[in-house]
Ligand binder design. Structure first.
Ligand SMILES: [Zn+2]
Ligand SMILES: [Zn+2]
Length: 240
């Protein structure tokens, strides 16, 4: 009966690729042509922060990028599904600013896939908080929309209110050092009891310099978090 209903529904509303509108097998999936256009991050990559290395390098099972080798990344793991480029930008920006929520499923599925091999044990899934001023202006936190299915996948609590964020001007087009300074002290843990002893997975749509994840990690550790991981849909890849 359920299958019959599903067939009926597929007949009335056939599942379509959210990017090009071609028919696909199930809702939220990309067609193979659109899938192939993304620069998905696979191995080899930095074992700790997920920075992608050139494909032809054989670096062993747990290679580290120079930042992680020098201990600069204090999160346990960071992963991103794909590289920030014209293709990922064309779904990430409309999703963030223009309520193009049809991309939610493909983005969150790709994010779940890119952390799968880490076999993470997660208590709390936390979308990177937005300042209230931005939240009210936009009407939704795009990171929360991505975090919801991820929390369900991990059977973990979705936490949207233990940490608040102060409003500051946009960080666009600044150096990594300036971004770190701009985000320093911006987050405040409101509910330490919910954080202490917990393993936390942070969720964001894009990772630019990592400054936001690093700063959240700092305050969450201070509040007693026992592990902090992060996942983003795409990441800006600078040469290192
Ligand atoms: Zn397509
Ligand atoms: Zn790294």
């Amino acid at each position: 009966m359920v299958n019959l209903f599903k067939s009926f529904l597929d007949f009335i509303y056939p599942p379509l690729c959210p990017v090009c509108g071609d028919n696909v097998e199930s809702y939220g999936n990309l067609c193979s042509k659109c899938w192939a256009k993304f620069n998905w991050i696979s191995n080899p990559k930095c074992f700790k922060c997920g920075y992608p290395f050139p494909a032809d390098l054989d670096l062993g099972p747990t290679p580290l990028c120079p930042h992680c080798a020098s201990g600069e990344c204090e999160l346990d793991f960071i992963r991103s599904a794909c590289v920030y480029d014209d293709v990922s930008k064309n779904i990430m920006l409309p999703f963030k600013h223009a309520s193009q929520l049809k991309y939610q499923t493909l983005m969150s599925r790709a994010m779940i896939n890119c952390v799968r091999d880490l076999n993470l044990d997660v208590d709390i899934v936390m979308p990177v908080p937005l300042a209230y001023k931005r939240l009210f202006k936009r009407g939704y936190n795009q990171a929360t929309l991505l975090a919801r299915p991820i929390a369900k996948h991990f059977n973990a609590d979705l936490d949207v209110d233990s940490v608040s964020r102060e409003y500051r001007n946009d960080m666009g087009h600044k150096t990594t050092k300036q971004r770190r300074e701009n985000v320093h002290g911006v987050f405040k843990v409101i509910n330490k009891n919910k954080i202490a002893g917990k393993k936390i997975l942070l969720v964001d749509d894009v990772m630019t310099s990592g400054a936001t994840f690093y700063e959240l990690n700092r305050v969450l550790r201070k509040a007693g978090a026992s592990a902090v991981y992060a996942v983003s849909f795409c990441r800006v890849v600078h040469a290192i």
